[in-house]
Design a protein around this ligand. Structure first.
Ligand code: NI
Length: 161
């Protein structure tokens, strides 16, 4: 199953719409957003993706963000999201506290740990844990990126928007 991963969109509407199109073309089953939407109106651009998300450190309007997710048929899980997919135990955390992020990666509990926040792509194994960061879909003057993760092959690829 292909899962879309996106993070740190920071209200970049054009890139959010481009990312939504790419995810649809790639046939992802759903999309995980790893936080830093900022304005709840940004979330409403992600229609039709079955988007699930977590809060980032710049997501202050929590009530309206949760409502925006509900309006597009998605779900905002809180600061942390843990789930199972195709036999993989997966953790999602924005990464606001680096020590907590490192503890998640090194604890050995998870097959995959996904985070954002640093705006730097990452796709590497730490022990038996695959560590993924899709980079930032905003770009901030650098190349904006998103990620597709195949839960059957456990291969992840970075796509430039
Ligand atoms: Ni952040």
């Amino acid at each position: 199953m292909k899962i879309g991963i996106i993070s740190d969109t920071h209200d970049h509407h054009e890139n959010i719409l481009k990312s939504t199109e790419i995810f649809k073309q790639q046939g992802v089953a759903y999309v995980l957003h790893l936080g830093d939407y900022v304005n709840p109106n940004s979330v409403r651009l992600c229609q039709g993706l079955g988007m699930q998300g977590i809060f980032g450190n710049n997501d202050g309007d929590k009530f309206r963000l949760v409502s925006a997710f509900q309006a597009i048929g998605g779900e905002l899980k809180g600061d942390f999201h843990e789930f199972q997919q195709d036999g993989l135990k997966i953790a999602c955390y924005h990464g606001s506290e680096p020590q907590l992020k490192e503890a998640l990666i090194k604890c050995g509990t998870y097959d995959v740990v996904m985070y954002g926040h640093t705006h730097a792509c990452r796709n590497e194994k730490v022990g038996n844990t695959l560590v993924l960061n899709p980079g930032t879909a905003h770009g901030f003057g650098e190349k904006p990126t998103i990620m597709i993760f195949d839960t059957l092959t456990t291969q992840a690829k970075v796509l430039e928007i």
